[in-house]
Design a protein around this ligand. Structure first.
Ligand SMILES: C[C@](O)(CO)[C@H](O)COP(=O)(O)OP(=O)(O)OC[C@H]1O[C@@H](n2ccc(N)nc2=O)[C@H](O)[C@@H]1O
Ligand SMILES: Nc1ncnc2c1ncn2[C@@H]1O[C@H](COP(=O)(O)OP(=O)(O)OP(=O)(O)O)[C@@H](O)[C@H]1O
Length: 317
């Protein structure tokens, strides 16, 4: 995928630079094959929610370092395995090779607002935001980011793009998606982390690939109802295997579906976060208010609003 616009001016003149890492939602997810290395081939429509983590460049440092705050920061290590630091080091290594030895180190801050291991690609979004942020700082061409992103995780390339995108291959083939309507989106996570490899394993053990015609997607959906009419001909192939590992997903899906004006209730990615589609953002917020008592009592995380919209040619931040 290419972007027609160049990056904004470098951040070096600003006191702090930030990038937002928006939650990725798979509106549908079909598994179409399996590679020799075990990775599954997908066909998925990934969109982005207003809900987001935030990565900040806090200043120069002796080594690349990370501090984490925010409601889901506890329990997430700021160590070498954190996708923020892995992304920073990967870009630094590449920039050092390709752009004459840039070796600056930074203290990065992660505001973790998205639940971890929840099917909305939080870690991938953080990695992608870090790549965008440091690319801006180091004046690295955005096209350079995609091969680096692929190596960090299957969901990282689509999160670099951070706009509605059809994902194929294992996530590295990105194609334009329909222009989205101004629909409402409700996200609900039951507070139980689900392991992506375990869900893919359960999918393979449970019968595997279903042969079906390729999903039809138009150029644009004008209303949420139009979008849902097409989405009803699709599914998330990982929903049943995730449900078998984490039965509360069934309760979450039923709760979303029971709320007024709900047009569709489905799981995102490998779960356990589920989403509801509503006619507009206001009706999604209204649904979240109705769910409030139940979600507070059960410790569920909820978010309601609209899609994160950026033009397909915009360098998103
Ligand atoms: C389910 C999705 O969230 C849909 O967007 C993604 O495909 C998962 O992307 P991700 O979390 O970035 O996945 P990775 O961290 O690359 O892979 C985690 C593990 O999930 C399995 N995996 C992942 C992606 C894929 N297309 N096929 C797989 O089988 C592999 O066992 C892999 O070792
Ligand atoms: N910055 C980060 N934020 C979240 N998880 C991270 C981060 N860095 C590393 N990880 C690790 O990555 C794994 C997946 O976390 P993530 O929150 O991205 O899952 P997910 O939402 O299920 O992703 P996907 O939808 O891409 O499968 C977890 O095991 C977590 O410990």
């Amino acid at each position: 995928m290419t972007f027609s616009e160049t990056m904004p001016s470098t951040a070096s003149t600003q006191t702090t630079a930030q990038a937002t890492a928006h939650a990725k939602i798979n509106l549908f997810l079909h598994i179409t094959g399996r590679r020799d290395d075990g990775y599954h081939l997908l066909d998925s429509l990934a969109v982005f929610a207003g809900a987001a983590d935030r990565v900040t460049l806090a200043g120069p440092s002796d080594t690349m370092s990370l501090t984490i705050n925010g409601p889901f920061g506890q329990g997430l290590e700021a160590d070498d395995q954190n996708l923020v630091l892995r992304a920073a080091r990967a870009l630094q290594a590449q920039a050092g090779t390709s752009f004459n030895g840039l070796t600056e180190n930074f203290r990065l801050e992660l505001e973790k607002n998205l639940p971890v291991s929840s099917g909305i690609g939080g870690g991938s979004a953080d990695a992608a935001a870090t790549l965008r942020l440091l690319a801006r700082e180091w004046n690295v061409d955005q096209a350079t980011l995609f091969p680096i992103a692929e190596k960090l995780g299957a969901d990282v390339p689509v999160c670099v793009a951070q706009h509605a995108t059809r994902m194929q291959g294992i996530g590295e083939i990105l194609a334009p998606a329909p222009i989205l309507p101004d629909a409402g989106l409700l996200l609900v996570n039951p507070g139980i982390g689900v392991s992506t490899p375990d869900v893919f394993r359960a999918f393979a053990a449970g019968g595997g690939i279903v042969e079906r015609p390729e999903a039809f997607l138009p150029e644009r959906w004008t209303t949420a109802q139009d979008m849902v009419a097409d989405l009803n001909a699709t599914t998330n192939d990982l929903q049943a295997p995730a449900l078998s590992q984490c039965p509360v997903i069934g309760t979450v899906l039923a709760s979303i579906a029971s709320l007024p004006d709900c047009l569709l209730s489905r799981m995102s990615g490998s779960g356990a976060t589920c989403f509801g589609i509503y006619p507009n953002p206001e009706s999604a917020v209204n649904a979240a208010h109705i769910l409030n008592d139940q979600s507070a009592r059960l410790g569920w995380w909820t978010w309601a609003g609209g899609f994160y919209h950026t033009g397909s040619s915009t360098w998103s931040q």
